[in-house]
Design a binder for this molecule. Structure first.
Ligand SMILES: NC(=O)c1ccc[n+]([C@@H]2O[C@H](COP(=O)([O-])OP(=O)(O)OC[C@H]3O[C@@H](n4cnc5c(N)ncnc54)[C@H](OP(=O)(O)O)[C@@H]3O)[C@@H](O)[C@H]2O)c1
Length: 244
């Protein structure tokens, strides 16, 4: 039977690529985004099998609305890819309260309450995949609050695997390395800085190139599928070996 999968932040980069991959594999895919234009553009790129719902993950009311819309259209959800996220580069000393709040509200609070609000519509069994980052275990300058948000997200996976086990819900993690996506441009980095970053991570990688969203999609699909049904709290690092 076809599985219903929800991807938060499916309008670009890793989320969009995962949506495309899952659709090709025959899953039903619902993506979310916070901007109607971006959502429409993504849906046009994914074709008419894909569904999209506008929902700002940093707003609890919008998460509740998202769940209600899905509830009215689908019997249940088999997989949830918690992917929506932002990165704003800022040194620890210069991290202002607005960047702190925005990052934590989207990357952690939004993720936390998305999972909580989805519980009543998750199937038994269901798989949740969290998109964190290598920053959780390898230090990078100018990422203090981003790192904290991803570490917080990763930290709840083990608790959820205990608390939600009786509902047939399991939680695993993908931990990407620097991956070429629109996130770098959105972070406020200049084109030259982005080029330097991507070049650095290509040259210093055992695979000799930067990680692409296409490298991440099959791993996410594996964690959402029955092929990984006994996995709990596994973290799959997808960085081409750059942190070895
Ligand atoms: N690229 C990397 O190097 C890398 C490495 C490790 C982990 N990650 C993680 O991977 C995830 C996806 O990032 P990406 O690289 O694919 O970047 P991206 O292309 O910027 O994708 C982020 C997605 O999240 C959405 N989003 C942001 N804030 C949202 C909100 N408040 N409500 C709903 N959707 C929201 C974005 O929508 P808009 O288009 O409207 O902004 C977009 O669809 C993030 O969690 C990121 O932290 C990325």
């Amino acid at each position: 039977m076809q599985k219903n999968i929800v991807i938060t932040g499916g309008t670009s980069g890793i989320g969009f690529c995962c949506a495309k991959y899952l659709l090709e594999k025959g899953y039903h895919v619902i993506i979310t985004g916070r901007d109607q234009q971006n959502l429409d553009r993504a849906l046009a790129g994914l074709g008419n099998q894909a569904k999209g719902i506008l929902s700002d993950t940093s707003q609890l009311k919008e998460i509740e609305k998202l769940v209600n819309i899905i509830k009215s259209k689908y019997p249940s959800i088999d997989g949830l890819f918690i992917n929506a996220g932002i990165f704003k580069a800022a040194s620890f000393e210069k991290t202002e309260e607005d960047i702190f709040d925005e990052t934590m509200n989207i990357n952690f609070k939004g993720a936390f309450f998305t999972i909580q609000k989805f519980l009543p519509i998750l199937n038994n069994p269901a798989s949740i995949v969290l998109n964190t980052s290598i920053v959780v275990f390898k230090a990078f300058a100018d990422t203090a609050v981003y790192t904290a948000s991803k570490a917080a997200l990763e930290s709840i996976a083990k608790v959820l695997n205990i608390e939600l086990a009786s509902k047939g819900i399991r939680v695993n993690i993908v931990s990407p390395g620097v991956t070429k996506s629109p996130i770098q441009k959105k972070s406020g980095m200049t084109d030259a800085a982005i080029e330097n970053l991507l070049e650095h991570f290509s040259e210093n990688s055992p695979i000799g190139r930067i990680v692409l969203p296409e490298d991440i999609a099959p791993v996410v699909e594996f964690l959402l599928s029955n092929n990984s049904k006994v996995l709990r709290n596994e973290k799959i690092i997808i960085d081409g070996g750059t942190t070895l």
